[in-house]
Design a protein around this ligand. Structure first.
Ligand code: ATP
Ligand code: MG
Length: 139
């Protein structure tokens, strides 16, 4: 099934100049870029985006981290794009992530783990419009 999913390149990866490498992996895997933007999240936006984690112990720290610098947000489209992007990303904790995944190669720790990806169709349906309107989606 053709799907659209949300990718975020997180602040520490953007700061370290890794956005190009990560976009290259995305396109190399055959996922199409439908929208792409550099965003400086406000605290309110970060808190709203991660609202599902509001009760988790790492919520405050995660929101601080996500506003610590610009992020790159992208809408990716392809066959089974949601699962395929999660596979390219690897496990949440870079130490547990499989060899060759983005988090294994570029993540620092379980919080500063380089990238985000929608985890289901329902999540993608909330997260893509969080950043992009229908007019922003090209192709
Ligand atoms: P993402 O939602 O960013 O794609 P994920 O679905 O693999 O990652 P979640 O459980 O949704 O992981 O957690 C969201 C984000 O919160 C993680 O990507 C990471 O940045 C941070 N996080 C998750 N677990 C922890 C933890 N135990 N300690 C600190 N930060 C964490
Ligand atoms: Mg998640």
């Amino acid at each position: 099934m053709r799907e659209t999913t949300l990718a975020i390149i997180k602040p520490e990866a953007v700061k370290r100049g890794l956005a190009g490498d990560i976009l290259k992996r995305i396109q190399g895997a055959g996922l199409a870029l439908r929208a792409l933007r550099l965003v400086g999240l406000s605290r309110a936006q970060a808190e709203a985006f991660y609202d599902v984690h509001r009760e988790r112990p790492f919520y405050r720290s995660l929101c601080e981290y996500m506003i610590s610098g610009p992020v790159v947000v992208a809408a990716l489209e392809g066959e089974g794009a949601i699962a395929r992007w999660r596979e390219l990303m690897g496990a949440t904790d870079p130490a547990q992530a499989a060899p060759g995944t983005i988090r294994k190669d570029f993540g620092i720790d379980i919080e500063q783990n380089a990238v985000h990806g929608s985890d289901s169709a329902a999540t993608a349906a909330r997260e893509v419009p969080f950043f992009f309107s229908a007019l922003d989606l090209v192709g």
